[in-house]
Design a protein around this ligand. Structure first.
Ligand code: G3P
Ligand code: CA
Length: 253
């Protein structure tokens, strides 16, 4: 097996509350080559890292992210829903996540911009990434092709990815038209259409499926030609990838 990207989905979210600084630190320690996270913008224009449209599931608050101010979001507990051990952990600002990841030169960022996001917000998000000196270590992705396009207009050199639900060979044209480096569908989509992975690879577009939590399926996904696996189980993936690599090298020795 060649080098496989190990992508910590919302950080090492099997062991720490998703999209929080402890989850990102755990992902780094567990050997992630990419940290994946989700960015939304508050009512007062500050990018924060949270998956859902509302704060309801992952904090002790309620309401839509874009209708709450940073102060209102910063007061929330984003750890207790996961475990009392994480009580008091906050929803991080994007700037805090960038600061945490910046010293880890071998770790790349898979930054998903969640809709809705307008040009000004995309510009501000990528401005913060640029200010942190992390544009070359970042892949910006979204399910919304319009956001992927905006990211390309704002930062033409940044690598971009398109997240997909539907996955067939017609995606090659879509990916080429958008100029993306990655096309990332669900795990089941990859297993159902390995020929699309090959067609995209032929066009220079890498595929990293989500959310690959069933370890029994990792060999088939790798066999389908994926460039990486996006998983909640970062540590397990690091261990598995090392075992596969060492097994391959010892059998060929
Ligand atoms: O990076 C892929 C994955 O994060 C997309 O789905 O819903 O977890 O953001 P979601
Ligand atoms: Ca995501």
């Amino acid at each position: 097996m060649g080098s496989l990207h190990r992508v910590a989905h919302r950080g090492y979210s099997a062991v720490a509350p998703e999209n929080t600084l402890p989850a990102f630190a755990a992902g780094v320690l567990a050997g992630a080559t990419f940290i994946e996270f989700d960015v939304r913008t508050t009512a007062d224009g500050v990018p924060v890292v949270i998956h859902d449209r509302t704060v309801d599931r992952t904090t002790d608050g309620a309401g839509k992210v874009w209708e709450l101010t940073l102060d209102e979001i910063a007061r929330l507990d984003a750890g207790s829903w996961f475990s009392s051990a994480y009580a008091g952990i906050c929803v991080p600002k994007l700037a805090e996540v960038l600061e945490l990841l910046r010293p880890h030169a071998g770790v790349e960022l898979l930054l998903e911009i969640k809709p809705p996001a307008n040009l000004e917000q995309v510009k501000f998000i990528l401005g913060q990434v640029g200010d942190a000196g992390l544009l070359t270590r970042t892949v910006v992705q979204s399910f919304d092709p319009a956001i992927v396009r905006l990211a390309g207009e704002v930062a033409p050199d940044v690598r971009r990815g398109l997240l997909r639900d539907a996955f067939d060979t017609s995606q090659v044209e879509v990916a080429q038209e958008l100029g993306v480096s990655f096309c990332n569908p669900s795990m089941n989509a990859v297993l159902g259409s390995p020929e699309t992975v090959a067609a995209l690879a032929g066009a220079g577009v890498a595929v990293m499926p989500w959310t690959a939590n069933d370890t029994a399926l990792w060999p088939d996904l790798v066999g389908a030609g994926v460039a990486g696996l996006i998983t909640d189980h970062t540590g397990e993936l690091t261990g598995w990838a090392q075992n596969v690599s060492s097994g391959a090298s010892s059998s060929s020795a």
